[in-house]
Design a protein around this ligand. Structure first.
Ligand code: GLY
Length: 296
């Protein structure tokens, strides 16, 4: 039987490298647990969901607990999961759950739909036994309070300038059976309009995977959606190794003015990890070897 080179990569957003030590700790913990599951023959879907849940629970990232606030101080979160057999589940603008990525998996497995949003997604989560949880942290409330006080800091004047505060998380894994899965989860962009949905839950924008490879994207959601970056990268993996596909997509993104980062794996276990922002934190494990970059 062909031996598959199982592997896993995670990113912690392309918004910067502050709090490097805490990012490093969170990424290493998440990915080590995910890799351990793959090493025991677990599925890439279980591995990416578990690793993404750990990152959502790590308050330093903009996903799950610690998500950024919108213009009126609410936390609305987006998340999606996809597997190389084209199963997909996502939630958009969901509130008051601890792990949006888990609700996305429930959408994938318990419904005939791909994406549930806002109140419908919350009602579905409760029906599935997901408990009320407040993901707002004091730190993110302080950021919101400070920005609100700045007179020029209204959404309409400053939206484009504010978009470097992103820290979406994403995990991509290849398992022993050759299945690839991708999980992406985001607290969105600070001071966005209520109801705004980013690229994360949009199939082909923030998340995509097929038999050739899988990619999770982070960055400016509106531009990522416009250019369908995850789908673009995965399509290129049919003809090129992951690193070449990733390089082509980041060059394209730079050309069209989309600030972003992407991480992924092709079906041979080769990684891609590129960004055109100040920095992107990431962590990968293959053949037992861990690599991590958080800027420290
Ligand atoms: N990439 C995350 C967002 O724009 O919402």
């Amino acid at each position: 039987m062909k031996r598959i080179n199982y592997a896993i990569i995670a990113h912690g957003g392309a918004g910067g490298i502050s709090y490097a030590m805490r990012r490093r700790k969170g990424l290493i913990e998440a990915i080590s647990i995910g890799y351990g599951m793959l090493a025991q023959g677990g599925s890439s879907l279980d591995a990416v969901e578990k690793a993404a849940m750990i990152l959502e629970d790590t308050t330093i990232f903009n996903a799950g607990t610690g998500s950024s606030c919108n213009l009126i101080g609410d936390v609305e979160m987006d998340a999606s999961l996809m597997t190389s057999n084209l199963h997909y589940g996502a939630v958009a603008a969901i509130r008051n759950v601890r792990n949006p990525i888990h609700v996305a998996r429930l959408v994938m497995e318990k419904t005939d739909h791909l994406l549930l949003c806002a109140d419908g997604a919350i009602k579905f989560a409760r029906l599935m036994g997901v408990k009320y949880y407040n993901p707002k942290t004091r730190g993110k409330m302080r950021v919101w309070e400070n920005r609100r006080k700045q007179p020029k800091n209204s959404y309409f004047q400053r939206h484009r300038e504010l978009v470097h505060f992103y820290g979406t998380i994403g995990v991509v894994a290849l398992d022993m059976n050759g299945c690839i899965a991708v999980a992406t989860s985001s607290g969105g962009i600070t001071m966005r309009l209520p109801g705004r949905v980013g690229d994360t839950p949009v199939i082909g924008a923030g998340t995509y995977v097929d038999k050739n490879g899988g990619v999770s994207v982070t960055g400016h959601g509106e531009e990522i959606m416009r250019h369908m970056l995850a789908f673009r990268a995965v399509t290129l993996m049919a003809r090129h190794p992951a690193s070449v596909a990733g390089r082509q997509v980041i060059n394209y993104a730079t050309k069209v003015g989309c600030r972003c980062g992407l991480a992924g794996i092709d079906n041979r276990g080769q990684f891609l990890c590129y960004n055109n922002t100040r920095a992107m934190s990431w962590c990968s494990i293959k053949n037992g070897r861990l690599k991590v970059f958080t800027g420290d």
